[in-house]
Design a protein around this ligand. Structure first.
Ligand code: AMP
Length: 583
């Protein structure tokens, strides 16, 4: 079934190329992927493979085992999803059973959802059936999805074991197993589940292990389960960069939902002349261009697909000042030499340190100073670490300016504008206006009114002046990896405790003899109760997890049934005992 790896570095590019990467840079169509997947990538606006994709896709298509060192944001998901979908689509007519052919193990439910969405996006055209299974989701829904037949399962190890033990997950058809964020899975204590699952795979299968770090435990895991793996490392040092000294490299950590507002705020405060903003995909370029235009900036998109004349026109508008922002992908901006640039913005953290260096190198040329802004989401801490390791220096972390900072900065700009006018030009044309007004008003009041008018005009239409952007930091450890639902629950627990409230009308509170000490999370309780009693997830809760026990509110008229159905149920491996809470 395996084909030899495509020699993407030598093969001539086909005529009907989908990627717009300039000749010489391998595109997705050079890697051996089929047309359905290439179309999906074009629709998503991916222009060229990231380094991990370039290295991993041909090897995986050829059936090799692989150990890859790559963090979130490097494009690692597509690096394993694309070849495994391709291999699945090639083998699906071979008459094998209805069990999954691809299994991806991930540490958290958050990642399970993300990875299964990615598989779904890439594999939609191929008709791949993708099911995420993780603790906390009612098991009934997962049973139903698995029983209908499934091609790709993305699972947390604990929940995968549950299904294996119930006989609802069958492994006999598995051809590719991926361990994603393997270091995180080991940190979370999933080593036994991983060993048990891998031991039960059919003898002939491909194994892919991805990890952001490579401690000895990862090597041992690879030795136990992988067959002569290829190794791919996308975190190499980039070498000395000239940019560092002249370019102020600043990092802002911003939740995804506030990125556009944060960008607007930064542009308002910095008031740069000409800015180049990098996004990962064409789709993001278009969206951001539209958003920024909607917020009152003059933004232009630069596409890889534009011909030279169109690109020149966009550049000319930037030089003339009719455009102030250019939004582009790496590919589109390649070869651009823009002398007027003062700022480069990484709207996404670039997936490879090399591309960070290239992007940032657009400013600080010819001895001029420049600013390179990077907007990172909290989860992208590893990518930042890679970049810092490659640069050999830390990025300066700064706070997104507050509304008050912005107002102060705007007043500064107004003062500067008036001062410059006073120093450099006479204002005789309007003298008659001032003189006629000073008959009636004090001259200071006239000046105040005039400057207020100027100030108001300068700020109208500019962005989102009212929104405060939340302060967040880079995610440093696993405590921060709690799923959103859990964080919400902790908060509601604290609130409830503070009020010492009884259950809401129509609800009864149940006492369950397992708690945080046993590793229990809200998802485990919801999963167990929903799975055993048939209650809907939304009818379960609030949940209060203490060290040795938990309290869960359920509809009062179902309480006895829940207690009955939970007899003998296991929660995190411990036999649960459930009763009405006496407190
Ligand atoms: P990952 O490292 O898998 O978490 O991917 C990070 C982000 O990069 C995701 O939003 C992907 O959709 C995006 N991405 C992956 N590959 C590419 C590519 N070749 N070009 C542009 N964006 C990509």
């Amino acid at each position: 079934m395996s084909s030899s790896p495509p020699e993407y570095h030598r093969r001539p590019r086909s005529e009907d190329t989908i990627s717009s990467a300039p000749a010489g840079n391998p595109g997705f169509d050079d890697l051996g992927l089929g047309s359905d997947l290439l179309t999906a990538l074009t629709d998503l606006g991916y222009e060229e493979p990231t380094p991990i994709q370039l290295a991993a896709i041909p090897l995986l298509l050829a059936g090799r085992d692989l150990v890859g060192r790559a963090a979130t944001g490097t494009g690692k998901t597509a690096a394993f999803a694309l070849p495994s979908l391709q291999r699945w689509s090639e083998s699906r007519h071979s008459g094998r059973g209805s069990g999954p052919t691809v299994i991806v193990l991930v540490p958290t439910r958050e990642l399970a959802m993300q990875v299964s969405e990615a598989f779904h996006r890439y594999g939609r055209g191929l008709g791949a059936r993708v099911v995420p299974i993780y603790g906390g989701q009612p098991i009934g829904r997962q049973l139903h999805a698995l029983s209908r037949g499934v091609d790709v399962v993305v699972a947390t190890p604990g929940r995968a074991m549950d299904h294996l033990n119930r006989g609802t997950l069958r492994l006999q058809d598995v051809e590719t197993v991926v361990l994603d964020e393997a270091d995180e899975m080991l940190d979370m204590g999933f080593v036994e589940e991983i060993d048990a699952l891998l031991d039960q795979m059919p003898p002939k299968h491909q194994t892919v292990l991805l990890s952001a770090t490579m401690p000895a435990r990862i090597d041992r895991l690879a030795q136990r389960h992988l067959d002569d793996p290829e190794r791919v490392d996308v975190t190499g040092r980039v070498g000395d960069s000239q940019t560092a000294s002249l370019v102020d490299q600043v990092l802002y950590v911003v939740p995804r939902s506030h990125k556009a507002a944060a960008l607007g705020r930064l542009l308002d405060v910095e008031a740069p002349d000409a800015t180049l903003i990098f996004c990962r995909t064409r789709t993001e370029v278009d969206q951001l261009t539209e958003t920024m235009n909607g917020r009152g900036y003059r933004a232009e998109a630069l596409h890889g697909g534009m011909n030279q004349e169109q690109r020149e026109r966009v550049m000319a508008r930037l030089r003339a000042g009719t455009a102030e922002l250019i939004v582009a992908t790496d590919v589109a901006a390649r070869g651009l030499d823009i002398d007027v640039l003062t700022h480069v913005v990484n709207y996404d953290v670039p997936s490879a340190p090399e591309s960070y260096v290239h992007r940032v190198g657009r400013v600080g040329r010819a001895g001029r100073r420049g600013v390179a802004v990077t907007l990172a989401e909290p989860r992208e801490h590893r990518l930042i670490q890679n970049i810092e390791a490659a640069l050999g220096s830390r990025l300066r972390i700064a706070k997104v300016p507050s509304v008050a900072d912005l107002q102060a900065r705007r007043l500064d700009l107004t003062r500067e504008a008036v001062r410059e006018r006073l120093l450099n030009e006479d204002c005789d044309e309007v003298r008659v206006v001032v003189e006629s007004l000073t008959d009636e008003f004090d001259v200071v009041d006239v000046a105040l009114a005039a400057i207020q008018l100027l100030h108001d005009r300068a700020v109208t239409g500019a962005g989102d002046a009212e929104t405060e952007i939340p302060e967040v930091g880079l995610r440093a450890n696993r405590r921060d990896r709690q799923p959103v639902a859990e964080r919400r629950d902790r908060k509601s627990v604290a609130e409830r405790r503070a009020r010492n409230a009884p259950p809401a009308p129509g609800k009864a509170r149940l006492f369950i003899n397992v708690g945080r000490a046993g590793g229990v999370r809200p998802g485990d309780l919801v999963g167990a109760i929903a799975g055993e009693s048939g209650l809907r997830g939304r009818d379960i809760g609030p949940i209060d997890i203490a060290e040795r026990f938990s309290l869960v509110d359920v509809p009062a008229n179902r309480a006895d049934q829940v207690i009955d159905s939970m007899r003998g149920a296991l929660i995190r491996g411990k036999r649960a005992s459930v009763r009405r809470d006496r407190a």
